[in-house]
Write a protein that binds this ligand. Sequence first.
Ligand SMILES: [Zn+2]
Length: 231
Amino acid sequence: MEKILKYQELDTKLQQLEKKIESSSEKNVMNEMISYVKDAQNKSLKLEQKAKKMMEEYVALKKEYDKNVLTIKELTSKNSSELTTAQMDEIFNQINLVSSNLYMIERNLNIQLVNIKTILKEFETTKKGVINARTKHKESKEKYEALVNTVNPQIEAVKNEMLSLEKSIDSKLLTKYKSLKHDKVSLPIFVPVTAGNCGGCRMALPMGKLDKIKAEGYIICDQCGRVIFLK
Ligand SMILES: [Zn+2]
């Protein structure tokens, strides 16, 4: 029993070392930066589509503007001496209409220009964010790799220690340990009787069970599946 407990102790240490790498802030930052860049790429794509649409709208407005300017030119080029008063009034009305059209188009063109400028600014901000994220990613990757290089030898050492210990552990206990671990029973798998309860899940153990532990060395907890032994 002592050997398997030592083995479990090493296994716990191994788990902590692996967790040190897996849940390291460096790894978190790395992943955050990767998803940041991905989001930024999606955003850039959307901005690009938006900008394209705006440019098309801008070009269409400009065309309409030029067309209206041409109409005004035509209307004003007519020789007034050849026109009746009614025709003159009609031309004035048309000029007024086209002028207000031009005014509206000009307004929309300006709005569109502001929109396009805003998009360009957003582009710029996104680009800066990506550059920043790439730098951060690189930094945290270097730190992460340094951490891995420090912790991995420790992991290897613990694994080797466990491996050499395995030979001296009662094979029945070791098989039990491994199969429970395989079934995702969380560490510690071997727990002592604690104040008459299972040391893992705290379930109360009736006298019969305690007697069985005394007789056989250990029992399996009905509730949590751990191996309960007597200290
Ligand atoms: Zn239990």
